[in-house]
Each structure stands twice: as structure tokens, then as C-alpha cells.
Ligand binder design. Structure first.
Ligand code: SAM
Length: 223
């Protein structure tokens, strides 16, 4: 249950020195000048983050994962990479938390430039749709945490879930789909399948994937 992991009372209480010691050598910095900009929600074994870490070496990024053992594995994986590659992988970290409850405890308004929801659990039954990590209500929270122009990446191998995530995003006033051209120009799009453990599994089995990639916009009645 949630009682087993600590939750910061606000984003300014997230101790960056624990996550990124090379960037923040001293503890308890309340006014971090540099902030986390990428969040991989339900990061699993962390493959995407590891790839992003070297692609964007100056960007702080974090994985959020509910399972304790998986989170510990990702922590160890990052530490081992830091030891084997001095100076690298200093910008990536992971935290055990329930993203459906605690995103506002970690990120301020407009803090994030990218959020990832890759191969989330499908929750097939109608009565369990409220457990899906993409929902109209949770998109309000994600829109709050993302800066205008920030991008939300989703992908799944479950067609029905793909349709659901796409329609939630299409119907939300604060998101608009990226164009084909923009998708092609974005190096991160290719990583959604190739760098994630789930994506690799789907590719090995020759499965199809259904991405939905949207930009945070200012709703048209506010311009
Ligand atoms: N994104 C990874 C990938 O593509 O390889 C992992 C996908 S896995 C199917 C879904 C992950 O989301 C699991 O590791 C699960 O523990 C995590 N998860 C499910 N609900 C969560 C929640 N409320 N908060 C954080 N993580 C969650």
C-alpha cells in the first residue's frame, strides 16, 4: 500500500541531491534552479530513461514506478551505469510512487517538457477504466504539469486502449496531436518501441503498436 513509501509534501520538497548528486552536491535544496523536465510514468525496467539519458545529457529525468522490486532494479541499473561510465547517467533517476495520486507532489505547474505513458496496463473491463493512467480527469493533471508546447507520448499494443488514449487526448481542450511531419522529426518517437522493454517484447512477437502523441496547448478560448 501507499504507506510504504514516502511522498514529498510539495515539489519543492523533492530532494534533488538524492536523485542527482552530481548536479546537486548538497542536500535539501528547496529552490533548485534546474528542475526535472521528463517524467516516464510506469517506467518499468527503465529502458526508455536509459536511452534518453545520453540523448539529453543536460536534462533531468525521472521514472515513476509503483512496484517496489522493479523500482529497486532500476535504481541499481542506474548506479551501475554511473560507475561504469563516469560522468554519464547522472541526469536520470527513479522513484517508487503511485503516479495516479502523487504527480502534483513532484511537479510544479508547467515544469515538465515531456511525459511518457508507454505500454500502460490495459484494465480491459469497463468498470476498471477509472484505473487507466490516461483519463479525462488525469489529463487535467498532466496538462497542469506540462509546459505549453510540452509533449505527452503514449503507446500501447492493445488496440482498444490505444483508441481510448487517443480519444481522451483529442477531446481534451489542452492537447493537440502532433503532425506526421513533427512525429518524423522527433528522435524520441522511435524510442517508444525500440528502447522500452515492453516495446521490444511486442516487436519480437511481431505485434502492432498504437501511439498517440500530443502537445500541450493553450485552449482556444484563452487566446
Ligand atoms: N513503460 C514500461 C515499458 O514500456 O517497458 C513498463 C510497462 S508495464 C506494462 C506498466 C508499468 O506501469 C508496470 O511496471 C507497473 O508497475 C506500472 N504502474 C502501474 N500503475 C502505476 C501507477 N499508478 N503508478 C506508477 N506506476 C504504475
Amino acid at each position: 500500500s501507499d504507506s510504504h513509501f514516502p511522498v514529498p509534501i510539495s515539489p519543492s520538497h523533492v530532494d534533488y541531491s538524492l536523485h542527482y548528486p552530481q548536479f546537486f552536491p548538497s542536500a535539501g535544496q528547496a529552490n533548485n534552479s534546474k528542475k526535472i523536465q521528463f517524467a516516464d510514468i510506469g517506467c518499468g525496467f527503465g529502458g526508455l530513461l536509459i536511452s534518453l539519458s545520453t540523448l539529453f545529457p543536460e536534462t533531468l529525468m525521472i521514472g515513476m514506478e509503483l512496484r517496489d522490486k522493479v523500482t529497486e532494479y532500476v535504481k541499481e541499473r542506474i548506479l551501475a551505469l554511473r560507475v561504469a561510465n563516469p560522468g554519464q547517467y547522472q541526469n536520470v533517476s527513479v522513484v517508487r510512487t503511485n503516479s495516479m495520486k502523487y504527480i502534483p507532489n513532484y511537479f510544479e505547474k508547467a515544469q515538465l517538457t515531456k511525459m511518457f505513458f508507454l505500454f500502460p496496463d490495459p484494465h480491459f473491463k469497463e468498470k476498471n477504466h477509472r484505473r487507466r493512467v490516461i483519463s479525462p480527469h488525469l489529463l487535467d493533471e498532466y496538462a497542469y504539469a506540462l509546459e505549453v508546447g510540452g509533449i505527452i507520448y503514449t503507446i500501447t499494443d492493445v488496440e482498444e486502449l490505444g483508441e481510448w488514449m487517443k480519444s481522451c487526448l483529442e477531446n481534451h481542450p489542452m492537447f493537440e496531436a502532433l503532425s506526421e511531419k513533427e512525429l518524423e522529426a522527433d528522435p524520441v518517437v522511435k524510442l517508444l518501441s525500440s528502447a522500452t522493454e515492453e516495446g521490444q517484447k511486442v516487436a519480437r512477437n511481431g505485434g502492432q503498436t498504437f501511439p498517440a502523441i500530443f502537445r500541450r496547448i493553450v485552449p482556444s478560448d484563452q487566446t
